[in-house]
Design a protein around this ligand. Structure first.
Ligand code: IPE
Ligand code: IPE
Ligand code: MG
Length: 246
């Protein structure tokens, strides 16, 4: 199956999606099924990230967000957290050239608090050196939790109100969104979760208000361009009504 390239313009609605977000899940189960340590699943998951970033660019998806590490994932065993951070370091250092080739502009969303200083530097460097790329926006959600994000936004707005910089009644959706870590990104219109789990796990609760949800059984390390293409096909068959009557 092959689908036409997606429109890259602001009117993505006809074809779309303009923004695909993916909850990459199932690395551990992929490894377990093969009698391998979870770290092997994460390594293969990192390969899937490279495939999907390339595939999304080829399919004309203008914006892709990948959930890589949640604020809750710190609860995992220390060696697993270390493995995940190691893979991330490796990705940020080794993929810049590939991202450039794919025309990908990288942005990391999530809190920098709690991340190792060298990773924070790697993030800044990777964002800086891919800034001029215009084919696809690739966002990695790292140390990201939607409730955390919403609370931080709320606190900042409360401070602004306290200092008389903004009136409470001036806080509307647009103002609120400016304070979110995803400021400037369109809302995801397609949210994919792999591995058969059907939950949001604290991902973009505000932004996914009207996202179409597609759950696939494929484990993340097995996910590729063809799976993405299929999910986009499913998305395009949906009727989006936004509370109206269609
Ligand atoms: C996704 O795979 C990667 C992260 C959440 C960091 P998991 O590690 O959650 O894999 P399962 O769900 O245990 O199979
Ligand atoms: C969600 O997956 C977080 C990421 C994909 C980074 P989890 O595997 O952590 O979610 P739960 O624990 O199954 O809800
Ligand atoms: Mg999981």
């Amino acid at each position: 199956m092959s689908i036409a390239p997606l429109p890259a313009g602001p009117d993505g609605e006809a074809g779309g999606p303009r923004h695909v977000a993916i909850i990459m899940d199932g690395n551990g189960r992929w490894a377990k099924a093969r009698g391998l340590p979870r770290s092997a699943g994460h390594r293969r998951g990192a390969d899937a990230v490279k495939r999907v970033v390339k595939g999304a660019g080829e399919l004309g998806v203008p914006c892709l967000t990948l959930f890589a590490f949640s604020t809750e994932n710190w609860q995992r065993p220390a060696d697993e957290v270390r493995d995940l951070m190691g893979l991330l370091r490796h990705y940020l250092r080794s993929e810049i050239e590939e991202l450039r080739k794919n025309g990908a502009r990288l942005r990391v969303v999530g809190s920098r608090e709690g991340l190792a200083a060298d990773i924070v530097e790697d993030i800044a460097r990777a964002e800086q050196s891919t800034r001029g790329n215009t084919r696809i926006d690739v966002n990695i959600a790292l140390n990201y939790g939607s409730r955390d994000e919403i609370l931080r936004a709320t606190r900042r707005l409360a401070e602004q109100v306290k200092h008389g910089e903004i009136a409470p009644e001036a806080i509307d959706e647009r103002v609120f969104e400016r304070e979110l870590q995803t400021a400037g990104l369109p809302d995801p219109d397609l949210l994919i979760r792999t591995s058969g789990e059907q939950r949001i796990s604290n991902f973009m609760l505000w932004q996914c208000a009207y996202a179409e949800l597609v759950f696939v059984d494929t484990l993340w390390p097995d996910f590729g361009k063809e799976h993405l293409e299929r999910a986009i096909g499913e998305f395009r068959r949906r009727e989006r009504r936004y509370g109206g009557v269609g």
